[in-house]
Write a protein of this length. Structure first.
Length: 136
């Protein structure tokens, strides 16, 4: 899909999902690799580690224009230069913090490969997934 889009979108070199790793203890949560397209990636990521772990622990989108400048970046593919990670949180509103089910992770082979428009629409996709899928 991304290869059919105009630049910089055609420079996407990895796209996939990580879900909550139910095998990790609640006091030390982690993510486990789900469906993806690209080079083989890290199988598990602890909350707080790298861009994915930061998005999971804060439940906030991480828009990283230059991964080399992100503290603790995990380089699964050395060709990646920018990254966007969007948490998938169901039931989140002003009265309820919701429940994190996983993250959407997309890497790009060029710096500044993602922008606020990408963020907006990926967050909408995450909301659809969070509230439309059976996560049990």
């Amino acid at each position: 899909m991304y290869k059919s889009l105009p630049s910089p979108s055609c420079e996407v070199n990895w796209a996939g999902f990580y879900t909550i790793d139910t095998a990790t203890p609640a006091d030390n949560p982690g993510l486990i690799l789900g469906p993806f397209h690209g080079k083989v990636a890290c199988q598990t990521i602890a909350f707080g580690r790298g861009v994915c772990g930061a998005a999971a622990s804060t439940e906030e989108t991480q828009l990283v224009p230059d991964v080399e400048k992100f503290p603790g970046h995990i380089a699964c593919d050395g060709a990646s230069k920018s990254e966007i990670v969007v948490p998938i949180v169901a039931g989140k509103d002003s009265a309820d913090p919701g429940r994190l089910f996983g993250i959407i992770d997309i890497d790009c082979a060029v710096e500044k490969g993602f922008n606020e428009t990408d963020k907006k629409f990926l967050e909408q996709l995450a909301a659809i997934l969070a509230n439309s899928c059976d996560w049990s």
